[in-house]
Design a protein around this ligand. Structure first.
Ligand SMILES: Cc1cc2nc3c(=O)[nH]c(=O)nc-3n(C[C@H](O)[C@H](O)[C@H](O)COP(=O)(O)OP(=O)(O)OC[C@H]3O[C@@H](n4cnc5c(N)ncnc54)[C@H](O)[C@@H]3O)c2cc1C
Length: 543
């Protein structure tokens, strides 16, 4: 029954004649590519998106997972970026209350905190108050937080407050020398699910989403692009034609400009690696910490997946995108040492249970350090040789929807679309419920599916929102959901992920569609992989 429903929905979607040119061909299935594809498809454009691996397999699954204004960017005077991101947090929260939620951040204060010496604020302060010797004074933090509260039309999220740390849950895990902290709001987002939900919504609006499809080359043929792709699983090549190309290749944006599209461009990308470590849960409350270092950098410690703590990130130049980013021993040591300046209980590398690493594809603005390079996005169109190509540089998960709107403005000026912005306030799949409705949804699901444990019900609602119901499909006991792969992952859910969410391998499932990789054993993951291969070979997977 579930399979029939899924097959029907997919059949209903593909209506573009595969032999005629599409309006837009998007290279890259990260958040920017999928966000642009969704927006464009919703405005009636025919769209094909090609992703060479899994959706969100590169930077868009490796972020700190915050919808945030970026408090530290205020020190770089990036007011436009911060304001746009602050406004955007609540717009996004409303559209996806299942995969995004508000979080409080506790910023402990100590007089030894230093600026990075290159920020415009630190330069200004060392000029007018040289006796501060690079220190970040408390009044400046309060000023920054005041701006953070007021720049971006905050309506849902609570305002900043000052905390006295002794004898509070927030102070308990910290060293005694921290007596005061500031507490402010930002939001969490499940980054890789955000990408998949954008891709699904794009597909539901008529786009064609091709994963495991690498763009080998794109050449201009008058006012069309001829794009050659290769299926990375069976090696088959195919030629597509399109009126406009979008290069949303993330860390590969420069490689695509130089080697795939071969256009002259003076725009550069600065690749900056950021790594995170995950430990067992380090404290009992649900707030995050914002730690400032004596080197001017900041890191976060964030409650993660119920039983863990996420700590990151680093900033290191990573010039070669083909080199898979990993969290080096040096980065692990750096993050541990940084956290040990704050937590009462010393951490060691033995506490690390998982690490991940991603590469920020930043627009090269000539900044001296990786930390200082702008996080804002830049869109550049090249139409000099005929059909236009839009190259996407930089950006943040937080600004993906606004970036897509800006991209569509540029696309409109070349293709003439007519239809204006529409994505603000339109829920992503499963997100069609009130912003404070998660607890209600979980309780309701548990009441109707009595066999769900609290962890299981919460996990399903957080991942699928109102669509959790379709996966459970009237089951009266756990056995109705088919094989149990461990940690509450069942056959019914894996079928959904393979048929509706483009998952091809166990890695796609346990590290990107969810984070059950933290709980499943290697043997269980191998069992899942074997089952998925068998299912694909038996031909039951929707194309
Ligand atoms: C450590 C770290 C922490 C971050 N934290 C935050 C945060 O908390 N909040 C926030 O807002 N932002 C954050 N960001 C920024 C954010 O993650 C990125 O800006 C965003 O994910 C970039 O998305 P993208 O789509 O441009 O790139 P990607 O996600 O890398 O997508 C590009 C895709 O293009 C594909 N591709 C490349 N070449 C080809 C080809 N030839 N054919 C087909 N496909 C191709 C790749 O496989 C890849 O999947 C963070 C970034 C990092 C690295």
């Amino acid at each position: 029954m579930l399979q029939d429903r899924i097959d029907f929905r997919r059949r209903a979607l593909t209506h573009h004649d595969p032999n005629s040119p599409v309006d837009l061909f998007v290279i890259g299935g990260g958040i920017n590519g999928c966000g642009i594809a969704r927006d464009a498809a919703g405005r009636g454009l025919s769209v094909t998106l090609a992703e060479m691996n899994d959706l969100a397999s590169a930077t868009s699954s490796s972020s700190t997972k915050l919808f945030h204004g970026g408090l530290r960017y205020l020190e770089y005077f990036e007011f436009r970026l911060v304001r746009e991101a602050l406004i955007e947090r609540e717009t996004l929260l409303r559209a996806m209350p299942h995969i995004s939620w508000p979080m409080r951040f506790v910023l402990p204060y100590h007089k030894d905190m230093r600026f990075e010496s290159e920020t415009p604020t630190s330069k200004l302060l060392s000029l007018v108050m040289p006796w501060m010797k690079g220190r970040r004074p408390a009044w400046l933090i309060r000023l920054g937080l005041f701006m953070y509260d007021h720049l971006g039309g905050r309506k849902i999220l609570p305002a900043t407050k000052t905390l006295s740390l002794p004898n509070t849950p927030e102070g308990a895990p910290l060293q005694d020398r921290f007596e005061t902290a500031y507490e402010y709001s930002d939001c969490w987002v499940e980054d890789s699910r955000l990408v998949v939900l954008n891709a699904r919504d794009a597909e539901a609006r008529g786009a064609s989403i091709l994963t495991r499809t690498k763009v080998l080359s794109a050449t201009r043929d008058g006012d069309l692009w001829r794009v050659e792709t290769q299926d990375t699983e069976n090696g088959k090549t195919r030629t597509h034609s399109a009126r406009m190309l979008v290069n949303a290749g993330g860390p590969w944006v420069g490689d695509i400009i130089r080697n795939k599209v071969s256009i002259p461009s003076s725009d550069g990308v600065r690749l900056v690696r950021g790594s995170h470590i995950v430990t067992r849960k380090l404290y009992d409350h649900d707030k995050c910490y914002f730690f400032q270092g004596t080197d001017g950098r900041i890191i976060f410690a964030i409650p993660y997946e119920g039983d863990f703590t996420l700590i990151g990130t680093t900033d290191a130049d990573h010039p070669d995108p083909s080199q898979k980013p990993v969290c080096t021993e040096e980065e692990q040591r750096y993050l541990i040492d940084f956290a040990n300046q704050y937590f009462a209980q010393d951490l060691s590398r033995d506490d690390i249970v998982w690490t991940y690493s991603g590469v920020r594809p930043l627009y090269d603005d000539g900044a001296s350090s990786a930390t200082a390079a702008t996080r804002d996005y830049t869109l550049k169109v090249d139409a000099a040789g005929g059909a236009p190509v839009l190259n996407v540089f930089g950006g943040k998960i937080t600004t993906y929807r606004r970036l897509a709107e800006s991209a569509l403005e540029q696309i409109d000026s070349h293709l003439g679309i007519g239809k204006g912005p529409w994505t603000a306030g339109v829920p992503l799949p499963g997100g069609d419920f009130p912003v404070d409705g998660v607890s209600h949804l979980i309780a309701d699901l548990q009441a109707r599916y009595g066999f769900l444990t609290p962890f299981w019900a919460r996990r399903l609602v957080r991942a699928y929102g109102t669509e959790a119901e379709i996966i459970l499909d009237g089951a009266t006991e756990a056995r109705d959901l088919g094989r149990d792969f461990g940690a509450t992952l069942t056959e019914a859910e894996v079928i959904w992920l393979m048929d509706r969410e483009y998952a091809r391998t166990a890695e796609d499932v346990v590290w990107r569609r969810n984070k059950l990789g933290l709980r499943l054993s290697e043997t269980e993951i191998a069992g899942l992989q074997g089952w998925m291969v068998e299912r694909r070979q038996s031909g039951t997977v929707a194309a």
